[in-house]
Each structure stands twice: as structure tokens, then as C-alpha cells.
Design a protein around this ligand. Structure first.
Ligand code: FRU
Length: 469
């Protein structure tokens, strides 16, 4: 354990400074100190502090035997890097401390995660493991709590645990033996021994006919009196404006009957319309907000071609977002605290026709009115077509420069856009969270250009540059 940890700290010490100097490294989004970051894990507010763990490969920019890195914050704006939480050093997690979640158990912070193991012949094994901490900084592993039940392949991972009516529940992303994506539900009285209650959703069960061969990173929670099941299915084919990324991420809304272990639910809806978004996780804070953070990346989507790889790092997290349910659809709003990112107001302009100006690479923009087109850094364009009600984002592919697009339909038109720009990332909140586009943007680093078309008001703020310690 200690040798691997030392090597990881060594990698940070040797390369973090250079990486922070990369003009594409974010100022206020969480990114890896070095190497590759993927899924958000163990997202929780515990004893007044928010903790966000992350899938982390410190030694290179590919995937592999993941650590759990750890960031914390009290105000959701200023973050600190904490000591490594989990190291892939035991027989049950030697090929990766894979994704999982956190709960408070009577004052102890408990992490459930998947121990990923490959045997000598390369066969995968999957163990659901526990680690705990009394101080929120140092974690001790408590070993395997759940082995692979019958009926599933070893693609069985990413436990999300919650408490309901006196019992603990866990959902796990799974693949059935006939290679169909699904979510398995477990129950426990003490977080130690777990009973398999059944499969609460499955890719070939109505309303689905074929929603993929594997579902990763499930999350189940109550929102506005209904249950929401988030998951990230693999194996969907692009269908016009839908399912255009390598893998998807979305949700169903329904009702979970805990007695019968049955979830009745509506069709699948994609959570985000941008180029890079996957494996989100939520938690509820002491203000009663359901807060989501997603990974601003997609597995196997030309990751090795991303321009930051040559500088020794790749990927970042989205901003934390508050979820609300409106007419059966999730809306995602930047947290109120994101206003504290504002360092200064740069301008407010009333535009009629065409307007161009410049903005910081670390900024927030709000556009209100009839927006026809926004072009950022001579690189990415958002265009609204009133005829088709389609809002489309366009950017040159970082693989070969060809233009690629992602779109969403806005049945009630476009009234408001809020953009968060952070060197090489862009989050676009449409109509106060009705839709979101999350994407990496690799514009020329010195380009500051902004062009706007329509009849609208546009405001911009410079954001803080120093939110990560
Ligand atoms: C999703 C995922 C999870 C897994 C983790 C490994 O991106 O593949 O299913 O636990 O990443 O890093």
C-alpha cells in the first residue's frame, strides 16, 4: 500500500506544477493533480464538509488500476486536495478501486467501492468492498462485503448506497449472463451482510427493447416525491439527435416499491446534450438539495487524442448542479454558490443584430432574449433554429478537425443561456436547466473572441482563478 501511494505522491510532486501551467488546465473545475481522472465517487456532505472522491490514474493518462483521489470543500467553490483515500493494493482490488459511494453510519464515513481483479488468465473478478474513516481523511479497508451473485457476469460494479425506512439499500450496475444491461438492488440491516432483492431495471424489459449490454454507475434517489434512477448504458446506437456519444448517461423517473423490489418507470432520457458527460453521481446536502456532479469525459471516446494528454493530464469534473423535477423531467441548475465564483463584472450589452467583443477564458456568460447564435473563441458555435426548435452546438473534432454537432429540441423555444467557460471546458445551461450541454473546448489558447447574433441582452463576468488548493 505505502509503496504505491508514495509513487503516486511522487508523480504529483514531479508533474503537478507543469500541469497547472497548461493553458488548458481548468481554474475552477476539478481536474486530476496528474494523470487521468474519471468518475466522481463517494460524493457526500459529511460533518459539514463536502467530500468528492474521484477515479484516478496518477501514473499516465490511460485507464488502469484506479486509486480514489479526494477533494473537499466547505463552500462548494474553494476546494482542497486531500491525501489519497484508496490505493489498489489488496488482493480484492489490485486492478483498481473502482467506482462507488459514501454514507454516514453513526458518525463513521463509509465508502463502498468495487474491487476490480484480473486473474492470471486475464479473467475479470468483481468484489464490492468497504472502507471506513473516523476523520474523513484516513481510510481503512474492511474487505469484501459482497461477492458476485448468480445470473450476472463480472461486469458488476459501482455500488451506490442509501438509507430508507430503517434499512440500507444498494444499487449496482450490472450485466446479466445473457449480456443485457441492468441494475441490481440489495438490502442490508447493518451494511455488513447484503441480500439480493432482484433486478429493478433491465435493458430488454419494457419500456425498453434494447437499451445496451452494460449499465454503469447507477444512482437511485427520491426527487419531488418520485424515484429517479440514473445510469450510464453502453451499447446504444445513435438515433438522429440522440445517443451520439460513445456511451450514454441518463435517467428514468418512476416509483420504487421497496416491499416488492419493483421499479415502474418511464422511458430513458439523456441527462446532458454535450460531447463529454458520463457517470454522474448525486448526494443530498443539509439544505435538502439533490446535487449532481458528472465526469466531463466519456470512456473509449478517442481519449488518447485529447490535446492535454501530451501535457500529462486528462479530463475534469462538471460543476456541482442542483436537480429539480419539472413535469417529469430533470432540470439541472448551477448551484447558487457558483455566484461566488464571480470576481468582477465585465460587461452588459443590449444586442440587436450582430455584436462582437471579447471575454476571459475563465468566465460566465448570460444571454437573455432572442438568441440566434453565439460563437466562442472562433471555435465553437451554439445556433438556435426557430423552424425546427433545435439548439445545436458545433465544434471541430480534436481528432481530425471535422465539424461535429450535438443538438437538443426546445419545444418551448430558447429564452435563456448561461455559459460557464474554464480554459478548455464549457457548460451551457439552457432555459434555466431544461437542458445542459457539457463539452471540452480546445480553442487556440490566446483567442478571446465572442460573437453574438439576435435580439438580446448579454452579460459577462470574470471568474476567480484560484479555487483549487
Ligand atoms: C465508468 C467506469 C465504472 C468503473 C470505473 C473504472 O466510467 O467504467 O464503471 O467503476 O469507470 O474507473
Amino acid at each position: 500500500d505505502s509503496k504505491l501511494r508514495e509513487q503516486a505522491y511522487e508523480a504529483v510532486k514531479n508533474h503537478h506544477g507543469d500541469i497547472r501551467n497548461d493553458p488548458y488546465y481548468p481554474s475552477y473545475h476539478l481536474a486530476p493533480p496528474v494523470g487521468l481522472l474519471n468518475d466522481p465517487n463517494g460524493w457526500i456532505q459529511w460533518k459539514g464538509k463536502y467530500h468528492l472522491f474521484f477515479q484516478w490514474m496518477p501514473f499516465h493518462t490511460g485507464h488502469g488500476a484506479k486509486f480514489w483521489g479526494h477533494y473537499s470543500t466547505t463552500n462548494l467553490v474553494d476546494w482542497s486536495l486531500e491525501p489519497i483515500a484508496l490505493t489498489p493494493s489488496d488482493w480484492f482490488d489490485k486492478n483498481g478501486c473502482y467506482s462507488g459511494s459514501a454514507v454516514d453510519d453513526d458518525g463513521l464515513l463509509k465508502l463502498f467501492y468495487t474491487g476490480n481483479v484480473k486473474d492470471e488468465s486475464g479473467q475479470r473478478e468483481s468484489y464490492q468492498c468497504l472502507a471506513e474513516s473516523a476523520d474523513g481523511v484516513t481510510f481503512s479497508k474492511k474487505g469484501v462485503k459482497l461477492e458476485l451473485p448468480e445470473g450476472y457476469t463480472p461486469h458488476f460494479r459501482d455500488p451506490k448506497v442509501w438509507f430508507h425506512n430503517g434499512l440500507w439499500y444498494m444499487v449496482i450496475g450490472a450485466q446479466t449472463e445473457d449480456e443485457v444491461g441492468s441494475v441490481a438492488l440489495f438490502e442490508s440491516e447493518d451494511l455488513e451482510s447484503w441480500t439480493h432483492r432482484g433486478m429493478i431495471a433491465k435493458a430488454d424489459r419494457p419500456p425498453f427493447s434494447d437499451l445496451g449490454y452494460m449499465w454503469e454507475c447507477p444512482d437511485l434517489f427520491e426527487l419531488d416525491g418520485q424515484e429517479v434512477l440514473l445510469f450510464s448504458p453502453q451499447g446504444l446506437e445513435a438515433d438522429r439527435i440522440d445517443f451520439n456519444n460513445q456511451y450514454q448517461s441518463g435517467y428514468v423517473v418512476g416509483r420504487l416499491d421497496y416491499e416488492k423490489a419493483e421499479l415502474s418507470h418511464d422511458p430513458f432520457v439523456e441527462l446532458d446534450r454535450g460531447f463529454e458527460f458520463y457517470a454522474p453521481q448525486t448526494t443530498m446536502d443539509d439544505l435538502g438539495r439533490r446535487i449532481l456532479i458528472g465526469w466531463m469525459g466519456v470512456p473509449d471516446q478517442n481519449e488518447a487524442e485529447q490535446p492535454t494528454v501530451k501535457n500529462g493530464w486528462i479530463h475534469q469534473m462538471t460543476l456541482p448542479r442542483e436537480l429539480v423535477l419539472i413535469d417529469g423531467r430533470i432540470h439541472q441548475l448551477p448551484l447558487e454558490e457558483m455566484k461566488n465564483l464571480r470576481a468582477s463584472k465585465s460587461f452588459s450589452e443590449d444586442v440587436k443584430g450582430e455584436w462582437s467583443g471579447s471575454i476571459s477564458r475563465v468566465s460566465e456568460l448570460q444571454l437573455e432574449g432572442e438568441v440566434e447564435e453565439v460563437q466562442l473563441f472562433d471555435y465553437t458555435t451554439l445556433r438556435y433554429d426557430r423552424q425546427t426548435s433545435l439548439l445545436t452546438m458545433e465544434r471541430p473534432s480534436y481528432v481530425d478537425g471535422s465539424l461535429e454537432t450535438r443538438s437538443c429540441r426546445l419545444p418551448k423555444g430558447l429564452r435563456h443561456l448561461q455559459l460557464f467557460i474554464d480554459h478548455s471546458s464549457l457548460e451551457v445551461f439552457v432555459n434555466n436547466g431544461e437542458e445542459v450541454f457539457t463539452s471540452r473546448i480546445f480553442a487556440k489558447e490566446d483567442n478571446r473572441s465572442l460573437q453574438v447574433k439576435g435580439e438580446l441582452n448579454v452579460q459577462a463576468w470574470n471568474l476567480k482563478n484560484d479555487t483549487i488548493d
